[in-house]
Design a protein around this ligand. Structure first.
Ligand SMILES: NC(=O)c1ccc[n+]([C@@H]2O[C@H](COP(=O)([O-])OP(=O)(O)OC[C@H]3O[C@@H](n4cnc5c(N)ncnc54)[C@H](O)[C@@H]3O)[C@@H](O)[C@H]2O)c1
Length: 282
């Protein structure tokens, strides 16, 4: 099981492909955009060569790992001969279903089709294929070379053999998998992150403490590398806000209602680091 195809060469797909190649897997990386593939190759070369500069990787190993990622804009070429496919295209249900239907037609019948979606359980996508038992979620975290976790989520029709292959693939890529037995919004990490962050927003909205002090309390008292407000600025406050809105609409649960002060920041276009200001100024 060492021929991996990665579909979508954006922020996640490029890094997933490189992570696998660094662990000896032969990878084909596919994107509809040749320009995106070029950017992915440049970015991966930068990351891998920085490891060489830091003395963490020899130059011949780095060059070999970069060469193990082949690229193509042709989905048929990417899927042909794959043992395992990881999809990382846009977070759009229609695009994902169309991609899975094509992969089902083009990839060997025994190949596993995994989705890196952050929010869509595999059951929403797998019924576009004739092999729902071989479809599974594999949720990686950004940046992939740093974040050592993959949430493997079993859909109602995913077979035990498929979840085992997904767990084995994550390990083969040098990542630690956890198994989630039930399809659930937010999986494990985002549910716990949401719960803690929502509490931080409630304290702030109620005037209990300033956001700076809440960040310091969480960083020093819980040893999080970043408090919830700093983390929001880092990820993008629009991303944080939309994730809450999604959970609120999906569950109707008041606990997920976005904070009014978070909503105001997003409406003012203060989205965090990427716009120069969010909770903090950059
Ligand atoms: N960015 C994150 O922090 C993060 C973390 C975990 C999971 N995810 C998930 O990973 C997936 C990808 O996210 P991203 O941030 O890399 O997105 P992105 O927008 O950076 O990249 C998506 C890529 O898919 C390509 N694409 C679109 N349609 C395609 C098709 N039919 N065939 C081949 N390529 C196609 C696009 O050209 C683009 O390069 C999403 O499902 C997202 O939920 C993202």
């Amino acid at each position: 099981m060492n021929r991996l195809s990665v579909i979508g060469a954006g922020s996640m797909g490029a890094q997933i492909a490189q992570q696998a190649a660094l662990h000896g897997l032969e990878v084909i990386l596919n994107d509809t955009s040749a320009e995106q593939l070029r950017k992915a190759a440049d970015s991966n070369r930068g990351h891998v060569m920085r490891r060489v500069e830091k003395g963490k990787l020899s130059e011949p190993d780095a060059v070999a790992a970069l060469e193990r990622v082949r690229q193509t804009t042709d989905l048929a070429e990417a899927a042909r001969g794959a043992d395992f496919v990881i999809e990382a295209v846009f977070e759009d249900l229609g695009v994902k279903r169309a991609t899975f239907a094509e992969l089902d037609r083009l990839a060997p019948v025994g190949a596993v089709l995994a989705s890196n979606s952050s929010t869509m359980g595999i059951s929403k996508i797998a019924d576009a294929t004739s092999r729902p038992e071989r479809c599974v979620n594999m949720h990686f975290f950004y940046p992939v070379p740093v974040m050592d976790l993959v949430e493997v989520v079993r859909g109602p029709l995913t077979s035990g053999a498929t979840t085992e292959r997904a767990m084995a693939m994550a390990r083969a890529m040098g990542r630690t998998p956890v198994l989630i037995n039930k399809e659930i919004d937010g999986f494990i990490v985002n549910r716990i992150l949401h719960a803690a962050t929502q509490e931080a927003y409630r304290l702030f909205d109620a005037g209990v403490a300033d956001f700076e002090d809440i960040d310091v309390a969480v960083e020093k008292g819980l040893n999080w590398p970043m408090g919830p407000f700093r983390l929001g600025d880092f990820s993008g406050l629009d991303v944080t806000y939309n994730a809450r809105l999604h959970m609120f609409k999906a569950t109707g649960d008041e606990r997920y209602r976005p904070s009014p002060q978070l909503e105001a920041k997003v409406k003012a276009g203060k989205l965090g680091r990427k716009t120069g200001e969010g909770w903090y100024k950059y």
